[in-house]
Design a protein around this ligand. Structure first.
Ligand code: PSU
Ligand code: MN
Length: 316
């Protein structure tokens, strides 16, 4: 059976030749940043991946069709449209079956990347265990996806709107390798530092690629989370953000925000309350992750030889 995913010509050609490809999510565009910054950033991230020797493949569902690789016009339309659905694992098939349009989260982007034979995915931050999860049970589907879908995800850690201790514990329980780059502790999205020791550290993209290949050879399901610290020049100290995060969370509680609205609501309020400072940091870390994602994808493609990136039949 041919998987129901449409590759852009550029992505298809790269896949067939075994050239490096990096998947990108679209929820960060529709629910993570305001227009027009979201469109500009989406274009700049794609350009950064190209400049570093890989092909970008932004993932989204447009009129029922799951795409890997969007044209500039498609990207612009998605960035401008209002009530676009946010698609995680649970929503993907329903949206496609009913001809809908939606942006993919980390979980849904991993599913699409796997279908397209793309092994590396760069984003800003992953979803995780929310603060108060012991009563709300709000745990992002991103975590289980990392445990079951073989894609290496480059992110700047998870942000402080989450319960970071529980998020890291949960990933350990799920058997997901969490790899810090260039330091011994985990980064915390807007800040390089945190109180959490990194379970693994790898400073060379080649090592990260080799570990990805080895997991496949061992038959281990699931991917890897690469925690890449924000560049020092762009970080915001955790102490500066704590009151803002506290206020955004109090507002979410007052307004009864729940389920999939929680993450977009908190991110939107934090952008407003920091008057763009968090947005600038967010952009810098996404660009940084795009560069590392491209480097890992290049190493992977070299490790696999040029005969085809993955020995799968998905695209034939
Ligand atoms: N964290 C961020 N920025 C984001 C998201 C998370 O720092 O844009 C988005 C991602 O698409 C992620 C999703 O997959 O939110 C998680 O949502 P939820 O918690 O509802 O699973
Ligand atoms: Mn949730």
């Amino acid at each position: 059976m041919i998987p129901p995913i449409t590759l852009s010509d550029e992505v298809r050609a790269a896949r067939e030749a075994g050239r490096p490809v990096v998947a990108l999510e679209s929820t960060i565009i529709t629910h993570g940043m305001p227009w027009p910054d979201n469109f500009e950033v989406a274009c700049r991230v794609e350009a950064e991946i190209r400049a570093h020797g890989a092909v970008p493949a932004t993932i989204a569902v447009l009129d029922g069709v799951l795409h890997a690789g969007l044209s500039e016009a498609e990207l612009r339309a998605l960035a401008q449209s209002r009530d676009v659905a946010k698609l995680s694992r649970a929503d993907l098939a329903a949206c496609m079956a009913t001809g809908g349009t939606g942006a993919t989260t980390v979980a849904a982007t991993m599913i699409a990347a796997r279908l397209a034979g793309i092994e590396v995915f760069a984003t800003g931050g992953i979803g995780g265990v929310h603060l108060g999860a012991e009563t709300t049970f709000d745990v992002s589907a991103d975590l289980r996806e990392l445990a079951q879908t073989p894609v290496t995800v480059v992110a700047a850690g998870a942000k402080a709107i989450l319960d970071l201790a529980k998020t890291w514990e949960m990933l350990e329980t799920l058997g997901v390798p969490v790899i810090a780059v260039g330091q011994d502790h985990l980064p915390a999205f807007w800040s390089r530092g945190s109180d959490f020791a990194a379970p693994l550290r790898m400073d060379a993209p080649a090592d990260i690629a080799a570990a990805h290949v080895m997991r496949g050879a061992l038959g281990l399901e699931g991917g890897q989370l690469v925690a890449n610290p924000i560049p020092a020049a762009d970080e915001i100290p955790a102490a500066d953000l704590a009151p803002v995060i506290g206020q955004a969370m109090a507002e979410a509680r007052e307004r009864g925000i729940s389920a999939k609205e929680v993450t977009p609501f908190l991110l939107g309020r934090i952008f407003d309350l920091t008057e763009g400072r968090s947005l600038a940091a967010n952009i810098a870390l996404v660009m940084n992750n795009a560069r590392l994602g491209a480097a890992i994808a290049r190493e992977l493609s070299e490790a696999r030889g040029c005969a085809g990136a993955t020995p799968d039949a998905a695209l034939r």
